[in-house]
Design a protein around this ligand. Sequence first.
Ligand SMILES: [Zn+2]
Length: 273
Amino acid sequence: MIITDDHMHLYNHLRLKALEQFKETGGTHVFLVSLLCHHYDVRPNSGKDFAEVFDRHLSLVEKANRIVKAYAVLSVHPAEITVIGGRVGFERAAEIMKEALDLAGKYVEEGKAVAIKSGRPHYPVNRQVWKLSNEVLMHAFEVAKDVGCVVQLHTERYSKEGMVEIAEMADSVGLKRERVVKHFSPPRVREFEEIGIFPSVLAGNDNVLKAAEQGDRFMVETDYIDDKKRPGAVLGPKTVPKKIKELLENGYDEDFVYKICAENVAKVYGVEL
Ligand SMILES: [Zn+2]
């Protein structure tokens, strides 16, 4: 049985052991997302400086592939605007982030990664930073449209209005709404189906069961951060396999699991499993 975690990080806690745990509990496929530059002690002054972050992430993903099937997602985290902007100014930070997205797009074209990650801050920011963040996100959509990949979205707290606004941004550059994956989604499968953006449901509490009650158009994730300071956050690496087993115990069949963990993933990302 294929069991896929759609969004996980490996950093400084369990590292590859997290994937051993994922595998032991039944996990087979994982999307590994790079972290912010400061996690790699990189202080970028240009988009090119993200190459070190991306290369280190890709070498980790290569090792991960000896344990389970792992796909690389290259992130230009929306909070970079604050981190980098604090040093070089917000306008310049936005330029650097756009250049970094171009670079991420090149890696995707070369087949090294399957998706990029962008979005806008999840914490309150001033109008200038919000505007710049939207410009960066728009640029991510252009890159994704050009190279034909998914954008994983990291955003403010979910609201339907916010999602519709983002969906319309994707429309404006001709990127299909289904190729925009909302990471950290609530289990509002029907609402996402109306909007068109594809939900990656955070597998905490009974979210997966709640999502399943509304249909099978979703994926699941832990957003495991692998941070020594927050060892179980956001959810531990065994969570997705556990929650998939719960689905089976609650009367959902293996075809249903195949749909959310394999078919949806293959279709949305354009990957083979
Ligand atoms: Zn994450």
